[in-house]
Design a protein. Structure first.
Length: 155
């Protein structure tokens, strides 16, 4: 389990480091801020696409382990499934985080900055601590998810 946690932690820290590097390169002037501000049509299309993508991926990342098939795989294949689905969950948040940071610096449009901040706020909810890794593959956690699903289906 420790190796799986270390892999997930590497993905987690790597994406945050890469995002910080992008911001650092633009803010120090090594790359030109606002290089794409003149292309308003592309900015509009990218803004709409990133808004939809960001919202959908946040929802999916936070609900991913409650999906019945994934929950079952986490119970049966524990570490392998946790590594696979943990990376998927992290990347669902990390890819739009990096993209929004890059688009913010390219277009200097605060919408991208706000979406990146929202994605940063979501990061603690998927932080791959050892306790969370063990809880995600435990049977007790599966029973709680099943009760939640039953409660939601009754509504």
């Amino acid at each position: 389990m420790r190796q799986t946690r270390n892999i997930l932690m590497g993905v987690f820290v790597g994406a945050l480091t890469f995002t910080a590097l992008i911001v650092l390169l633009f803010e120090t002037g090594l790359l030109e801020q606002g290089m794409a501000t003149g292309n308003s049509q592309a900015e509009f299309v990218i803004t709409i696409a990133m808004e939809l993508l960001t919202l959908a991926q946040i929802w999916l990342a936070l609900r991913l382990f409650k999906i019945k098939q994934i929950r079952q795989e986490l119970m049966n294949r524990k570490e392998f499934a946790l590594r696979k689905w943990g990376i998927v969950r992290l990347e669902l948040l990390d890819i739009p985080l990096v993209a929004n940071a890059l688009f913010y610096e390219m277009f200097m449009n605060t919408t991208f900055g706000y979406m990146a901040i929202i994605l940063l706020i979501c990061q603690p909810f998927v932080y791959p601590s050892m306790a969370r890794c063990e809880a995600e593959v435990s049977q007790e956690n599966a029973n709680e998810h099943e009760e939640d699903n039953n409660r939601h289906s009754q509504l």
